[in-house]
Design a protein around this ligand. Sequence first.
Ligand code: E4P
Length: 217
Amino acid sequence: MKFFVDTAVVEDIKELNDYGLLDGVTTNPSLIAKSGRDFKEVIAEICALVEGPVSAEVAAMDYDGMVAEGEHLAKIADNVVIKLPLTLDGLKACRYFSQKGIKTNVTLCFSANQALLAAKAGATYISPFIGRLDDINIDGMELISEIRDIYDNYGFETEILAASIRTPNHVKDAALVGADVATIPPAVIKGLAKHVLTDKGLEQFAKDWAATGQSVL
Ligand code: E4P
């Protein structure tokens, strides 16, 4: 499973990238607003930092606007992925970019039929939002599982990018049902390494080692 980080905070991306844990980055208009930074400047900075795909989302709602914005964003760097909303205009723009060989991430997916349409439009990634479905008492993981089955039935190459991940359990469950990628907030990625018994065991080892008075080097 590939790990993308879901943030526009360059310092967090740099830290996770240095650990070797990152395969890519996703951003969205809310994350850009939260960063307080210039959109295109921050995307260029992230693209220079990370080798993998970096999703940059269009703001336009209509096909012509999405194409114009996507063309503009695609010029920022070779690893920019054009993020498009799951609307009829977004799917049309997805078809346009996929025919040009430009990678796309179709976002705000909340149903298996929407995911089917995105695959038919040639999307590189489909982003089902797990957390936001869970928020309204619909099983987000069930959606990932349905999309996996449908894509496998027809051999679609669109990658399932599990989004709106809020907890380490979301990551584990998405991996179990076969999501290709998870886009995860920085704190949740770091949380994956934590276990209370790891901390306890390490504390004991450090104590016992100190009692030997030895040095490894
Ligand atoms: C995905 O690409 C989105 O940016 C993100 O995962 C949305 O997460 P949220 O529902 O926690 O805002």
